[in-house]
Design a protein around this ligand. Structure first.
Ligand code: PLP
Ligand code: COI
Length: 354
């Protein structure tokens, strides 16, 4: 598959600002390809960033047949650019596609499209500390059809934008609200897929929690409301006694995070023990109270590692590590970002150079 390329002249290109938020500015170009049943994927192109025209009956607008991904490109000290685990990312994209009855993409081609887009927009890869180029692949159902059923035409696109820290807190601990009444996803549903509906389902509780000063919501399993699942934009880890890192086992309704998997592989090489277990919220709150749990942190592409300083569950607040970032989260953040930015060797084969 060949990508047709049309680039902006140098004098029409934008510039990466010095101050970066998250997800509000985009680079100069966009990758797109189209799918039609019987024809397969076609019209691969990188063009100047542009809007889409959609039929008002396009299935994505009514029934939410949509998937997306998030990965990052990092500026190396030598000026080069690293992609972090794009193979795992596209594999999850295809798992989401299968769950949402959408066509899968060729994995090597998808990574090559990312590589070419980042190369064309390389001046947008920031070199400030804690900044990177966030890459957002997505796929939407475009068939104009109000009868409920899988669409027969799709648009796959990849956009990118420079980002700073995901949370305004930066690496300072965030406060997390444990939702006892609303649920994000249920086993058998689409929680394992990265699809917009999961995020739409989370907004109501997230907005309420935000009004009370909480940055994220921690979701419990939807069947019993007893077991810890994940946070809105991250998986979650609990540190026991300063050395044993435990994260909820994948339950069928948790997103299998690439950062979570990286922590599970990296931490043992740093002398920590890791485990994936079913974690009851009552036990977690008791272990925070007793001091057995010494740190809590979230992990995800957007936030990397984010210490959690406070959990509220059923009206009771528990503070963790005196609302300070702990040594385990800090060590993992430093080691993981050192690999991502190319400041240390990558013994895991996670990095793909652009
Ligand atoms: N859980 C949810 C709901 C997410 O949106 C994310 C972010 O992608 C994660 C977990 C972490 O996944 P990853 O580390 O692959 O970014
Ligand atoms: C990511 O880390 O890529 C996420 O999905 C977070 C997103 C909801 C902003």
């Amino acid at each position: 598959m060949k990508i047709s390329i049309e680039t902006l002249d140098a004098d029409k290109r934008g510039e990466c600002p010095a101050e970066l938020g998250f997800g509000n500015i985009f680079t100069d170009h966009l990758f797109t390809q189209c799918y039609d049943q019987g024809k397969g994927w076609h019209s691969q192109a990188i063009k100047p960033f542009h809007d889409f025209t959609l039929h008002p009956a396009a299935s994505v607008l009514h029934y939410g047949q949509e998937i997306f991904e998030g990965l990052k490109a990092y500026r190396r000290p030598d000026g080069g650019i690293n992609l972090f685990r794009p193979d795992q990312n596209v594999r999850r994209f295809n798992r989401s596609a299968e769950r949402l009855v959408m066509p899968t993409v060729d994995e090597a081609f998808h990574i090559e499209a990312i590589r070419q887009l980042v190369e064309i927009d390389q001046s947008w890869v920031p070199d400030q500390a804690s900044s990177s180029l966030y890459i957002r692949p997505a796929m939407i159902a475009t068939t104009p059809k109000l009868g409920l059923g899988a669409a027969t035409s799709y648009l796959h696109f990849i956009m990118a934008g420079p980002v700073g820290p995901y949370f305004k807190e930066g690496f300072n601990p965030v406060s997390v609200y444990v939702s006892d009444s609303f649920r994000r996803a249920v086993k058998g549903g689409v929680g394992e897929a990265k699809t917009g509906g999961n995020y739409a389902a989370s907004l109501f509780m997230s907005e309420q929690a935000a009004k009370e000063g909480f940055t994220q919501v921690l979701w419990l399993d939807a069947l019993e409301g007893r077991y810890v699942e994940e946070v809105g934009a991250m998986n979650i880890c609990f540190v026991h006694g300063g050395r044993r890192i435990v994260t909820p086992e994948l339950s069928g309704s948790i997103l299998a995070g690439v950062t979570r998997d990286s922590v599970l592989q990296l931490a043992p090489t740093l002398g920590f023990e890791v485990a994936e277990e079913r974690l009851a919220i009552d036990d977690i709150m008791a272990k925070i109270e007793s001091g057995e749990i010494t740190e809590v942190f979230g992990c995800g592409t957007a936030a990397v590692i984010s210490p959690v300083g406070r959990l509220r569950y059923r009206g009771a607040d528990k503070t963790i590590n005196g609302m300070e970032a702990g040594p385990v989260a800090r060590r993992l953040y430093e080691e993981l970002t050192a690999i991502q930015y190319g400041r240390r060797d990558d013994p895991f084969g996670w990095i793909v150079r652009v």
